[in-house]
Write a protein that binds this ligand. Structure first.
Ligand code: PLP
Length: 414
């Protein structure tokens, strides 16, 4: 783009390019069926939620703190937090939400704290622990991506004397959407002799929290407040389909230390790690929740699971060892060639596996098109390997592939 004002033509061009790229965007868990058109009118007003949604506020009227408070109460009910104990706020995403929860845990215990998370936890846990100078101990995960709770007991039993224990349970891991079982985590802490008032279990439910909450608790792993979580987060741009990053941290007031009552110039105590916060994202999340409604949220999840199951069948019928967790949207499969991944931007982990995620609003025929290209790619790759046994394949072993311009544009657009 050349310098100068962004013209309508520029915007249209960008819009077309991003929409075209979205056709290939099956590796990232963003729902695309949330219709924001009725809310666009609100983007010409300044909405700034400085401070905390539960704090009294005076002065500046351009905020959505009331709506944010409702959102926290409704999500608290969805995740079975006692209504009189729920608090929390909207964040810039799950990373900031995890940080806010760990910060509260650290303030609560004030003493040495060790954070435990599975090796399959999102990388934000390590980043946040480092930022907060909290010691992190990774716990092995099984091949299915679920935290090994026997290993958790062993590791926790070796904690420094007097240290409090924070466990980040992952409710839907990034790669395979595995769900750590919060009651099993508590049992592991019991076995390691951790006092109830010296532990904090956070549920990082960025993607899978809302869809799992739509099921009967008897039919899903335990992860919410009634199952023993002390705090929980979700992302707004994943299952809810909000088109800009955002998230929520839910906390129990009886677990949080006394609030910092330092008054600010707006009259609201600033309990949140951020200063100014978006007033639009609470509105967008609330609109998504209300718009879909419980029935819609449940049906969307059922559709995603059906699509994921159908996709696994498509692959396994062709002898590809694809698999999924029965309640997940994520289909795990052997990573295809660099060329195919340049066209379809999928994660490229070092263990040789990748995934596609069936998200609301993404049409099944796109996944079918991917599957058919994947099967061709797999046949070609296998044939090449068989015929080139003595000549290493330059393409697939090149650590710095240089995709052509079209492919690069797709990758950027996604
Ligand atoms: C996506 C994700 C995150 C990070 O969320 P952001 O909203 O991108 O900060 C953290 N944990 C899990 C389990 C995730 O899926």
């Amino acid at each position: 783009m050349t310098a100068g004002p962004l013209t309508l033509a520029d915007v249209r061009g960008l819009h077309r390019r991003w929409l075209a790229g979205a056709e290939f965007d099956i590796g990232y868990p963003n729902a695309v069926d949330f219709d924001v058109s009725t809310l666009l009118r609100l983007f010409d007003v300044t909405l700034n939620n400085v401070g905390h949604p539960f704090a009294p506020t005076t002065g500046f009227s351009g905020h959505t703190l009331g709506l944010e408070q409702q959102l926290i109460r409704e999500l608290g009910a969805m995740f079975r937090c006692p209504p009189e104990l729920v608090t929390g706020f909207v964040t810039s995403g799950s990373t900031e939400a995890v940080k806010a929860a760990l910060l509260q845990a650290r303030r609560r215990f004030r003493r040495r704290v060790v954070v435990y998370a599975s090796a399959a936890a999102h990388t934000c846990v390590a980043k946040v622990a480092d930022e907060l100078c909290m010691r992190l101990q990774l716990v092995p995960a099984g091949l299915d991506g679920v935290m090994d709770v026997a290993a958790l007991t062993e590791l926790v039993a070796q904690r420094p004397a007097g240290a409090a224990v924070v466990v980040v349970a992952t409710i839907g891991t990034t790669m395979v959407e595995a769900v750590d079982d919060v009651p099993a985590v508590h049992a592991a802490l019991d076995a390691a002799g951790v006092r109830v008032d010296r532990r904090w279990v956070h549920a990082d439910a960025a993607l899978a929290g809302v869809p799992l909450a739509m099921l009967d608790p008897a039919d899903r792993p335990g992860f919410d407040f009634a199952d023993g979580a002390d705090s929980l987060n979700i992302s707004g741009h994943k299952y809810l389909g909000v088109p800009t990053p955002c998230g929520v941290v839910l906390l129990r007031t009886d677990r949080c230390p006394a609030a910092d009552e330092t008054p600010t110039y707006t009259g609201a105590p600033d309990l949140t790690p951020a200063g100014s916060r978006s007033g639009h994202t609470p509105l967008l999340m609330q609109a998504a929740l209300r718009g879909f409604g419980i029935t819609g949220l449940r049906e969307r999840a059922a559709t995603c699971r059906r699509n994921a199951a159908a996709l696994v069948e498509l692959f396994t019928a062709a002898d590809v060892p694809a698999w999924r967790h029965p309640l997940g949207f994520t289909v795990v499969l052997p990573a295809p060639s660099e060329q195919l991944r340049a066209r379809w931007p999928l994660p490229a982990p070092d263990d040789g596996w990748t995934h596609v995620i069936c998200m609301p609003g993404k049409r099944f025929k796109v996944y079918q098109r991917f599957a058919s290209e994947y099967l061709t790619d797999r046949r070609n790759t296998t044939n090449r390997h068989q015929s080139d046994q003595h000549a290493p394949d330059q393409c697939s072993s090149d650590p710095n592939p240089n995709p052509d311009a079209d492919q690069l544009e797709d990758a950027i657009a996604c």
